[in-house]
Design a protein around this ligand. Structure first.
Ligand SMILES: NC(=O)c1ccc[n+]([C@@H]2O[C@H](COP(=O)([O-])OP(=O)(O)OC[C@H]3O[C@@H](n4cnc5c(N)ncnc54)[C@H](OP(=O)(O)O)[C@@H]3O)[C@@H](O)[C@H]2O)c1
Length: 310
């Protein structure tokens, strides 16, 4: 990616970008880099206090850097818990208010892993609720706004889903996403990322030609607060393994390229690692698996299957 690794080489002026989970880790690095490139960034956080304090901090940092950057970046807080479909709808309503003219890029970055089994209020295990159901529901809610953005910009709007190499370890139960018998934090996270990747491919095909593209970013292994509060395996990785992990800025590069590189305007239905296309697992690309994931997701969201979203 060369000089453009920071995102600074790709102009984002006039682009409106939503980054979920933007107050920490990879999301924070993604949001600040895209704003530095000129984007208006909707900074999503779970609570109003966190969203506002992040926006204030980002604006302060931008103020001190703005003379050299010359950017007209703007940060706008958007709030909501992505742990349930109702929470997702609150986030979508805030995004519509914050970007009435349309959305150009949506980066589904928020993610979580839980050490103990628990169900969302929609009856889905929480890891799958946050890493998949919320991504599918929020994208579905905002497809119209993404199309509006594409129409006014005269170029496609982009959905970027933050995935993980651990998708290749996924082996989810196809008919039940609540883990009634056996639960492991690691397996649920792998399952959730695989399900979401397969769904991203389904969605990319479903919306092809409608002015919206869908791609996935594998950030690598990154030093963040992921799992630190909840504990379990990911906390161990983030503490004992920390010296081996990449910085959030490096981890954000793939999301930034998929959001900003003009050469990728027509790119859709692909998985990128270290900023370049990469073949994801055979399971994620299996047509029968994708169809089951698409149908199950549509059933849970109570709407049309992905192929009817166009
Ligand atoms: N770190 C890695 O090595 C790695 C590797 C592969 C993939 N990833 C993926 O990268 C993405 C970003 O993770 P990260 O490593 O940067 O970790 P992080 O710093 O913990 O960021 C995750 C973000 O998601 C938000 N979030 C989680 N649950 C939420 C909910 N129910 N509602 C609203 N927001 C919620 C968190 O908000 P709170 O702070 O309020 O919890 C946080 O801002 C995730 O999708 C993760 O799966 C990370």
């Amino acid at each position: 990616m060369g000089r453009q690794q920071t995102g600074a080489g790709w102009a984002m002026t006039g682009r409106v970008v939503l980054v979920t989970g933007a107050t920490s880790g990879i999301g924070r690095a993604t949001a600040t880099a895209l704003a530095a490139a000129g984007a208006t960034v909707l900074v999503h956080a779970r609570t109003k206090a966190r969203a506002q304090s992040a926006v204030e901090e980002f604006n302060r940092a931008r103020g001190s850097a703005s003379e050299s950057a010359g950017a007209s970046a703007l940060f706008v807080p958007v709030v909501g818990d992505l742990g349930s479909v109702a929470g997702v709808r609150d986030v979508a309503a805030e995004v519509r208010r914050a970007a009435p003219g349309g959305l150009h890029v949506m980066i589904n970055n928020a993610g979580a892993a839980f050490p103990q089994r628990g169900l969302s209020q929609d009856g889905v295990e929480r890891t799958i609720a946050v890493n998949h159901i919320a991504v599918a529901a929020l994208t579905r809610e905002l497809l119209g706004l993404l199309r509006d953005g594409a129409a006014t910009a005269g170029r496609p709007s982009r959905v970027v889903n933050v995935s993980s190499s651990l998708e290749s370890r996924g082996n989810p139960h196809l008919a039940d996403w609540s883990y009634p018998d056996r639960f492991s934090q690691f397996q649920a996270y792998c399952d959730a990322k695989l399900i979401n990747l397969a769904y991203s491919y389904v969605l990319a095909a479903a919306v092809a030609g409608s002015g919206v593209t869908v791609n996935c970013a594998d950030p690598g292994s990154v030093a963040t607060s992921f799992g630190r509060n909840g504990g379990g395996l990911f906390r161990v990785i983030q503490t004992l393994g920390r010296p081996l992990l990449a910085t959030p800025e490096k981890g954000a590069r793939t999301s930034i390229r998929l959001a900003a590189d003009p050469a990728l305007d027509a790119e859709s239905g692909n998985y990128y690692r270290a900023g370049e296309p990469y073949a994801s697992s055979a399971a994620s690309r299996d047509a029968a698996f994708q169809e089951l994931v698409g149908r199950r997701t549509a059933a849970m969201l109570g709407g049309a299957p992905a192929e009817e979203l166009r």
